[in-house]
Design a protein around this ligand. Sequence first.
Ligand SMILES: Cc1cn([C@H]2C[C@H](O)[C@@H](COP(=O)(O)OP(=O)(O)OP(=O)(O)O)O2)c(=O)[nH]c1=O
Length: 185
Amino acid sequence: MGRVVLASASPRRREILSLLGIEFEVVPSGIEEHTHGDPITTARRLSYEKALDVWKSNKDALVIGADTLVFVGKEIIGKPRDEEEAFQTLSFLSGRWHRVVTAVSFVSKGFRKTVHDVARVKFRKLSGEEIRFYISTGEPMDKAGAYGVQGFGATIVERIEGNFYTVMGLPIHKVYEVLRKLTMS
Ligand SMILES: Cc1cn([C@H]2C[C@H](O)[C@@H](COP(=O)(O)OP(=O)(O)OP(=O)(O)O)O2)c(=O)[nH]c1=O
């Protein structure tokens, strides 16, 4: 298939892409996160910016960039800046549904494509004590929505409607579809 580069610093994206059994390199992008209107448009745009940024210095490769956002309605629940904000976010998400979008962009010479997938996630009702304990594990810090479904966060997620890997950071079924079509063409 030629050289494949994953434009991501995220170990979990690396882990998910490895499920395909293909060889790839990892080159994180230097893109600053910012919003572009609604959550889905923002995630799509950011994934494209990440892929394009890395492609500019890897023009012989197919570059894959991704972005994951947690949102409720049209409101993006960002990464908590401190423990207080993590507490507020987790209290807000406690006992309710939210959505997670992961967008993925593919950039190579003469090829540009962006796909996305949305999953719904419901948290258990959490006590203040449970939230404080979860924060003390360090996991919520710097994570969209202040949790990671792939870690101890698994214990607070009651239901997922949609694809688990979309929540974790890479909708692998959609990535596979694009790569399969590319290798067939
Ligand atoms: C909902 C959820 C979010 N997250 C968080 C971690 C990140 O803060 C966020 C995704 O942030 P991103 O900005 O999409 O990615 P990243 O900054 O980790 O890496 P890169 O841009 O280099 O690819 O999702 C999980 O790890 N697991 C989950 O289940």
